[in-house]
Design a binder for this molecule. Structure first.
Ligand code: ADP
Ligand code: AMP
Length: 225
């Protein structure tokens, strides 16, 4: 059932934290649907730009293919601008941003200018070994970006998207050697955000190793709606 968040003054500005493959996108899509807020994924924005061959896409691809983060200056303005869109006025769920302390500080500063702050930082906790197993099995739709797992969350028809029927692929950056690099980058550059948002008083931790619907129920409890 949709809950929405149209009540005056109530916003849901949510960020998803967690290692690559922890389930941020899977959960963010369900949160967006339930609370009628946009799902803003920086990874999806970059992949769309790569597909269209834009200058931003070409630059981002160099880093993504190596398992590295795209430089902060290519990400921050893009997100800050996206948050000004009309659909984001009652909140949003940010998936994959912020990923570094400077990005978090830039977000805090941009929100503070409007007298706002992040309401919830949800950290989906999954150990590295589970991540490695998951990423090898992740399949993404070339057309709509929906994600599946060949064992845990399989599509109805092998190799094809349930939602739009397009082909499912293994992302270039989900190849095993790149996953290892992305996990190193996560521990070094993104994990410190857990302390950052703990200090802001908005961190909420959920166990991401359980079934995806159980993860979602835990998140809904956290959001208190
Ligand atoms: P992220 O956005 O954090 O990189 P995804 O949401 O794309 O992660 O999930 C990574 C992979 O794990 C996908 O193949 C997804 O289908 C699968 N997955 C997501 N949540 C769970 C879960 N709770 N249990 C098992 N597999 C999951
Ligand atoms: P994701 O789909 O969130 O796993 O992102 C895929 C890749 O896009 C990451 O491994 C990074 O190379 C890049 N990326 C996405 N979001 C960011 C961000 N906030 N900062 C830097 N790089 C990012």
């Amino acid at each position: 059932m949709k809950t929405g968040n149209k009540k005056k003054g109530i916003t849901m500005k949510i960020i998803m934290l967690g290692a690559p493959g922890a389930g941020k996108g899977t959960q963010a899509k369900m949160i967006a649907e339930k609370y009628t807020i946009p799902h803003i994924s920086t990874g999806d924005i970059f992949r769309a730009n790569i597909k269209e061959g834009t200058e931003l896409g070409n630059k981002a691809k160099e880093y993504m293919d190596q398992g590295l983060l795209v430089p902060d200056e290519l990400v921050v303005n893009l997100v800050v601008d996206r948050l000004t869109w009309e659909d984001a006025k009652n909140g949003y769920v940010l998936d994959g941003f912020p990923r570094t302390i400077p990005q978090a500080e830039a977000l805090t500063a941009a929100l503070a200018e409007k007298g706002e702050k992040v309401d919830y930082a949800i950290d989906i906790d999954v150990p590295d070994q589970n991540i490695i197993d998951r990423m090898g099995g992740r399949r993404a739709c070339v057309a709509c970006g929906a994600t599946y797992h060949i064992v845990n969350i399989p599509p109805k028809k092998e190799g094809f998207c349930d939602k739009c029927g397009a082909e499912l692929i293994l992302r270039d950056d989900d190849k095993p050697e790149t996953v290892k690099k992305r996990l190193d980058v996560y521990h070094e550059q993104t994990q410190p955000l857990i302390d950052y948002y703990t200090a802001e008083g908005v961190l909420k931790e959920v166990d991401g190793t359980v079934d995806m619907m159980d993860v979602f129920n835990a998140i809904v409890q956290v959001l208190g709606a």
